[in-house]
Write a protein that binds this ligand. Structure first.
Ligand SMILES: C[S@@+](CC[C@H](N)C(=O)[O-])C[C@H]1O[C@@H](n2cnc3c(N)ncnc32)[C@H](O)[C@@H]1O
Length: 291
């Protein structure tokens, strides 16, 4: 039992090291995915968002997540747990003048470049681990996590730390891919794409959305709402093959080589698309709750 615990800890440490290296080297590639450096999938609303304009869907995802935070008129301290280049923070600061935004990431590149993009705005990115931050307990009104908790396998520690730093009455919104059934019950194709996806995007694992709901409840969260947004997200996932082809062509036409981290990332995007096609096994969910 003890050896197994050590093994899991080693795996988790190794995954973290690979993940930081991956984001330090491959974050700049995301400019190709999003002019605003949104490092997530989008949200499509018929007749409102243009399915051919990726950034409008990616920013709509930001808007959907922020809407669920129910930010009022009073001063609001927001934390983005796994903030990337701060795309969601900048979107939030544009929409709400009463926000002060903090972002955390483990990537030094994202801290440096993300803070450049935030210059003159009411926000800052810190190099912190969302599983164990230095923030005071009960200090935030809002917390968001878009496609970031998957890197720690949607673990209980992550949710417990989020609960600790939120004020009573504070809101949490998570947008991420989840399993629809336990991984032991995935079909052969589902298991294959799941393993490849985790490996290429340095995801410790994905949890089921039912597990998250139970854990949030056990930690004391209330008003827990789990929304299946898979069909809203699908149009932006379908951009993946075109984005990959465009990225490679641009590099080739400029006689530039492609870094190994970039290739790893591109393959990860392809496995995300492949996983998404296993609709009985994977789904994209927006989960909101109140402390
Ligand atoms: C796919 S990116 C998403 C970024 C951002 N949420 C967005 O949507 O643009 C995942 C982010 O999670 C961060 N991350 C992963 N594990 C983390 C951890 N343990 N602590 C802090 N940040 C973490 C990565 O550094 C990266 O910024």
């Amino acid at each position: 039992m003890k050896t197994q615990a050590i093994h899991i800890k080693d795996y988790s440490e190794q995954n973290k090291i690979e993940m930081v290296d991956f984001y330090n080297e491959a974050t700049e590639d995301y400019e190709f995915w999003s002019n605003d450096y949104n490092m997530h999938f989008g949200y499509f609303i018929p007749f409102k968002t243009n399915p051919f304009k990726r950034d409008s869907m990616l920013n709509q995802m930001n808007s959907q997540v922020l809407k669920r935070l129910k930010i009022g008129k009073a001063k609001n301290r927001l934390v983005d747990l796994g903030c990337g280049m701060g795309g969601t923070m900048r979107h939030a600061l544009k929409l709400h003048k009463n926000i002060i935004a903090y972002g955390v990431t483990l990537s030094g590149f994202q801290v440096q470049q993300g803070n450049e993009l935030l210059k003159g705005k009411n926000g800052i990115i810190l190099k912190e681990n969302y599983n164990n931050t230095s923030f005071q307990s009960n200090s935030f009104d809002s917390a968001v996590a878009i496609e970031s908790f998957c890197h720690s396998g949607h673990g209980e520690n992550t949710l417990r730390e989020t609960h600790r730093i939120l004020k009573p009455g504070g809101r949490l919104v998570i947008a991420d891919a989840f399993l629809k059934k336990d991984k032991t019950k995935l079909c052969k194709g589902g298991k294959y794409s799941y393993n490849k996806l985790c490996n290429h995007w340095s995801l410790e694992k994905l949890e089921t959305h039912t597990f998250i709901k139970q854990k949030l409840k056990a930690l004391g969260f209330k008003d827990i709402k789990v929304e299946d947004a898979s069909f809203r997200v699908a149009p932006s996932v379908l951009h993946v093959p075109f984005a990959i082809t465009g990225f490679i062509l641009k590099k080739l036409l400029n006689f530039k080589s492609i870094k190994k981290e970039s290739l790893h990332n591109l393959k990860g995007s392809f496995y995300a698309l492949l996983s998404g096609l296993h609709m009985k096994s994977f789904g994209y969910y927006i989960i909101s709750a109140t402390k």
